[in-house]
Design a protein around this ligand. Structure first.
Ligand SMILES: [Zn+2]
Length: 233
């Protein structure tokens, strides 16, 4: 193989390696990003906490109502039990029962309101859980796809690297050094294609004799303007 072509191929392989490594890095970032799933789970936890707090509130009100009912029953037993005969005391108990009944009615109104909220919070929790399941499913599917892509890119990269190593062995150290130094100082392009007598890297029209020398492939010919190695077919 003509040396300029070898170096040009090496450059193409270098670009492929770089592309594959970038693709792997970006896949790695996407694979480790489970932000949407965590957010959906946090939403479920928040909804569950709200529903739980409302149920606790409902239970507390129900206990208060029971307590009221027991007090009312106890007072009424005293009132109709026949043991209390003092009219003043009886009126006092009657007043107490009236107050307790009013309090109980107020608590019952409150508990109805809270029960409505409990129902709404259960519905919200169900919705959040449904949403989280959907988000997780989608994420899992994407994750699997990313893993497949990663395996593909990694195996492609290994192949390219092997090809690179084989090609590298056929090129002398001196030429490799020239290639690498040009690559690092000229924006990653050490070898420029010549098309219609023009250096594709810098766009200059090359003298005819330079193009011919490059085409012959007997030696490494450099662009008269950008100094890159010329590759002419
Ligand atoms: Zn040039």
């Amino acid at each position: 193989m003509v040396l300029a072509r070898q170096l040009y191929t090496l450059q193409e392989l270098d670009a492929q390696v770089q592309q594959a490594q970038q693709a792997l890095a970006s896949l790695e970032v996407r694979l480790s990003d489970d932000g949407v799933v965590r957010q959906a789970r946090e939403e479920v936890a928040r909804a569950r906490g709200q529903a739980e707090a409302l149920r606790v509130q409902q239970r507390a009100l129900e206990l208060d109502i029971e307590e009221c009912a027991e007090k009312i029953a106890a007072s009424e037993r005293r009132m109709y039990g026949g043991r209390v005969t003092n009219p003043k005391e009886l009126v006092g108990i009657q007043e107490e029962v009236k107050l307790l009944k009013r309090r109980k009615a107020g608590l019952e109104d409150q508990v109805l309101g809270v029960m409505e909220q409990v129902e709404a919070s259960q519905a919200a929790l169900g919705q959040a859980a449904e949403q989280a399941r959907a988000v997780e499913q989608k994420w899992q599917a994407e994750h699997q796809q990313f893993l497949q892509e990663k395996a593909q890119v990694a195996s492609q990269l290994a192949e390219t690297q092997q090809e690179y190593a084989r090609l590298e062995q056929t090129i002398t150290l001196k030429e490799l050094e020239l290639y690498r130094s040009l690559r690092s100082t000229r924006g990653g392009i050490a070898v420029a294609r010549v098309e219609r007598g023009i250096c594709r890297a810098c766009g200059i029209a090359l003298p005819q004799h330079v193009v011919q020398r490059a085409r012959s492939g007997q030696e490494l010919v450099r662009c008269t303007s950008c100094n890159r190695i010329l590759f002419a077919e």
